[in-house]
Ligand binder design. Structure first.
Ligand code: HSE
Length: 290
């Protein structure tokens, strides 16, 4: 019975792909699960009450939805994903909770069911889809389903600049307009279309350009993000194709030619104080059981 659930972090939006595009990253939430006489949840090095634990709460909701009785277990959580930094920590926790219910209750949930449940809780699929499937995903919500496409073979290195400050997604969503004028929305959508086409054709210079021309959210959020313009400018000088907010921020993410990551990272470490400058892998598996 002992098993481990691993769920990757993710970076949503990728510039103009607001609430739709997401990329799975090589930072993980791990849940180590084993049989026990009663439920015990360990996180952050200490026992936590199950009622207060977000992941366990999701697990209980899934079990109730599908009428499953879950056997008691001991769960040890290890979390490598910084919280409230725009790296999809809440979506990864939601996916971890769904998968825990799926495994303990032998629910045999389909990918579509997991995506629908996760999106229902999160409100948008852009972090849930890559956490489930890995790689770069593009998805949206229709009335009765959530179409999702995964793009493989992204031949890019990426670097995250993770500041010490946190930013709650609700705060970063509150500063967005409720409506966009038609011409503006058409241009915003065109940036997103071109970003996807550039990824598909591996025209990464064009992808970088589109990444930096988002109109949906970055113009309204950048005032909340320390060093937004400086990071973009210095990363470009160091050889990045482009830099965008990761999700709602405050982390920013640069993309550069494969093999150049270490060089750009070393340059950016010299430019930035108070940031974790991290060369990250793209996760290609999504949620996994071992
Ligand atoms: N697409 C979301 C946003 C990601 O930018 O608000 C963060 O949850």
């Amino acid at each position: 019975m002992p098993f481990r659930i691993s769920v990757p972090a993710s970076s949503a939006n990728l510039g103009p792909g607001f609430d739709s595009m997401g990329l799975a990253l090589g930072l993980y939430i791990h849940l180590d699960v084993e049989c026990a006489d009663q439920n015990v949840f360990f996180a952050h090095g200490s026992e936590e009450s199950e009622e207060n634990h977000f992941i366990w709460n999701i697990t209980t909701q899934v079990a109730e939805r599908y009428g499953a009785a879950l056997p008691p277990c001991k769960v040890q959580e290890t979390n490598e994903i910084p919280l409230a930094r725009g790296l999809g920590s809440s979506a990864s926790a939601i996916v971890a909770g769904i998968e825990l219910a799926n495994q303990l209750g032998n629910l045999q949930l389909t990918d579509e069911q997991k995506l629908a449940f996760g999106t229902e809780i999160e409100g948008h699929p852009d972090n849930i889809a890559p956490a489930l499937f890995g790689g770069l995903t593009i998805s949206t919500m229709l009335k009765n389903d959530i179409p999702s496409v995964r793009l493989n073979d992204i031949e890019l290195d990426l670097i995250a600049y993770i500041p010490e400050v946190e930013l709650k997604t609700e705060v970063a969503r509150d500063c967005l307009p409720d409506t966009y004028e038609r011409g503006y929305a058409a241009r915003a959508s065109a940036m997103s279309n071109l970003a996807v086409a550039a990824l598909y054709t591996k025209d990464y210079a064009l992808f970088g350009k589109m990444l930096e021309n988002d109109l949906f959210h970055e113009p309204f959020r950048k005032a909340l993000i320390p060093n937004f313009d400086l990071i973009r400018e210095k990363a470009k000088e160091a050889g990045a194709y482009g830099t965008a907010l990761s999700g709602a921020g405050p982390t920013m993410l640069s993309f550069m030619p494969k093999g150049n990551g270490e060089k750009v990272k070393n340059e950016m470490v010299k430019q930035l104080n108070g940031y974790q400058v991290q060369l990250l892998e793209i996760d290609t598996k999504g949620v996994s059981i071992s």
